[in-house]
Design a protein around this ligand. Structure first.
Ligand code: ZN
Length: 561
């Protein structure tokens, strides 16, 4: 073995020599006894490790990276049984990480997918489902997106009534904060035009009639009435497998369930036990759930678990949605001078949630999109951090969409991690007109966070946004939507910065930077092979780069056909 190999092995990690029982002065002969389970050679390896940013080859032993170096270095670690992957000049990166997602989309299995090109198509799909559903039972539409229909308008109660009258129908927006309900649905839920809006919610009305749109806390009553499709344990397990396979095909190796109860926790364990979970997952219990209460009572704290399934921060929601235009801002929406959005928690409730979480050694992530909600969350965070100088709580603000310089300074000072949407500019373009060009200069502010030295985390919020990391990188780099309009050009970041967000910053957001986020000896062998280097293609074609292979802990979870 060459000196280079020895040096690269010895300098590559503080963990590795211990893990393999090697001392600092191990002989070359002992090194040669270490053999790789698999090797990747002939690649352009972008390690995302500043100490060793580029390499040609990588050796893996079990689920960990053994060494990263030149082709010669790594070939010397192969034995006759070592599996070899020739990267043929392709680009190898650490597996992508998503710090905020909702991957267990079990509704997909029992509902009607209305992510269709036109309202006419949606009507046909709902009518078909109604023909196969007992009258009176709910029909659930999923993947609804009000801005992507050929008709150029949103779905209404009247549209649904035209095709389904005997079944209650709820068409859920993919953002999760609003829905469209038909007349039968209002009837089953016992809601009439005289029913007042609940606090933190709205039944939208026009000319004394319901439009069908309902938002935030006004969605809940419908789920409490009538007969809903059954989502059981088997359906949920199936949903984990489906989602994790799709995500692996996009290059993801780690994700987060950013709002989950006990059922989801069981589903992840079931899928994993069957060896059918194709990502690592951070589980964020929802703060109002039995799951969170039970975890606290049982003495479980954030970080509990292992490399595949780990308890993350507890999640609360303080305001509405960015994509569904209900987030709480200090200035109104464009064209709706009295609409500032909706708050879903009071300052006292946020204070109490933060105090309680920190007292139970739980990390916390609070959903706050608008500047008003972000300000309130920061008030609570600053309060709990007083007297705790030096502690590394990594409190999170989920989404943290609309910021300003004052908020930025407070976020930096408190060591708070924001998780702004990373595929939204590209995917949800049409919606940004309701915020206007001016606000969009300060929304999903990746450039501002990086410039302020804030470790901004990667976040798709799937199913609200697409989960594909390559679309995310393109979206953050170009700030161009799918129609070609540029929103907030000053928030553009470089390809390298976007890659850093999708890898190292993702690991940092879950306190796992010691075990993933870069291709460094001793870390988990999670990597993705891309046909092209995102630095070298047209920036508007980054999302089209082919994912050739995704590997999780040394085992392929996806291989392109
Ligand atoms: Zn979310």
């Amino acid at each position: 073995m060459t000196e280079i190999t020895r040096r690269s092995l010895l300098s590559s990690s503080a963990v590795l020599p211990l893990a393999l029982g090697l001392g600092g002065c191990a002989s070359a002969q002992r090194h040669s006894a270490i053999k790789a389970t698999s090797i990747v050679t002939g690649g352009k390896i972008l390690t995302m490790d500043p100490a060793n940013p580029f390499a040609e080859a990588m050796a893996i032993q079990g689920d960990r990276i053994l060494a990263v170096g030149s082709n010669d270095d790594i070939n010397a670690l192969a034995s006759s049984t070592t599996k070899r992957f020739d990267a043929r000049g392709m680009t190898v990166l650490p597996g992508f990480i998503d710090a905020h997602s909702h991957p267990l989309f079990a509704q997909e299995v029992v509902g009607v997918n209305v992510g269709l090109p036109s309202i006419e198509d949606v009507k046909k799909a709902l009518a078909r489902k109604a023909a196969n559903t007992p009258p009176g039972n709910w029909i659930l539409g999923v993947m609804y997106d009000d801005t992507r229909f050929a008709e150029g308008r949103a779905l209404t109660l009247v549209d649904i009534d035209e095709v389904v009258r005997d079944h209650p129908v709820l068409v859920h927006h993919r953002g999760g904060h609003t829905a469209v309900v038909n007349s039968k649905g209002f009837e089953v839920a016992g809601i009439t035009i005289k029913t007042p809006d609940p606090s933190g919610g709205m039944f939208y009305r026009e000319n004394g009639k319901f439009t069908g749109k309902v938002a935030e806390h006004a969605v809940t009553p419908f789920f409490k009435a009538g007969v809903w499709p059954v989502i059981d344990r088997a359906v949920r397990r199936q949903a984990v497998t489906l989602s994790s396979k799709k995500m692996a095909a996009a290059g993801l190796t780690s994700t987060t369930d950013a709002e989950a109860g006990i059922d989801n926790l069981i589903a992840y364990q079931d899928a994993r036990a069957a060896d059918e979970m194709y990502f690592r997952l951070a589980y964020m219990p929802i703060g109002t759930s039995d799951a969170y209460r039970a975890l606290k009572l049982g003495g479980v704290r954030s970080g509990f678990g292992d490399d595949m399934l780990r308890v993350g921060a507890v999640k609360f929601l303080a305001d509405g949605s960015a994509s569904e235009r209900t987030m709480r801002m200090s200035t109104p929406y464009e064209g709706r001078p009295h609409d500032y959005g909706i708050l879903t928690m009071t300052q006292e409730e946020i204070d109490a949630a933060v105090e309680d979480a920190v007292a139970h050694d739980f990390r916390i992530g609070i959903h706050a999109n608008g500047d008003v909600a972000i300000d309130m969350v920061m008030n609570s965070y600053e309060k709990v951090l007083r007297g705790r100088t030096g502690s590394d709580l990594r409190l999170r603000i989920e989404h943290c969409s609309l910021i300003n310089d004052r908020l930025l300074a407070r976020i930096k000072k408190a060591g708070v991690i924001p998780t702004p949407f990373y595929t939204y500019v590209y995917y949800h373009g049409k919606k940004w007109a309701e915020y206007g060009e001016e606000k969009m200069r300060s929304m999903f502010a990746h450039r501002s966070f990086i410039d302020a030295g804030i470790p901004v985390a990667p976040a798709s919020d799937y199913i609200a946004g697409p989960f594909e990391p390559l679309m995310a990188i393109q979206s953050m780099v170009t700030r161009r939507d799918s129609d070609g309009h540029v929103w907030g050009a000053e928030q553009r970041i470089s390809v390298s910065e976007a890659l850093q967000i999708c890898t190292m910053n993702g690991a940092y957001a879950s306190f796992e930077e010691g075990s993933k986020g870069s291709l460094t000896a001793g870390k988990l062998a999670d990597y993705v092979v891309l046909e092209q280097d995102p630095h070298e293609v047209d920036q508007d074609a980054i999302k089209d780069i082919k994912v050739v292979r995704t590997v999780l802990g040394g085992r392929p979870t996806y291989e392109a056909g």
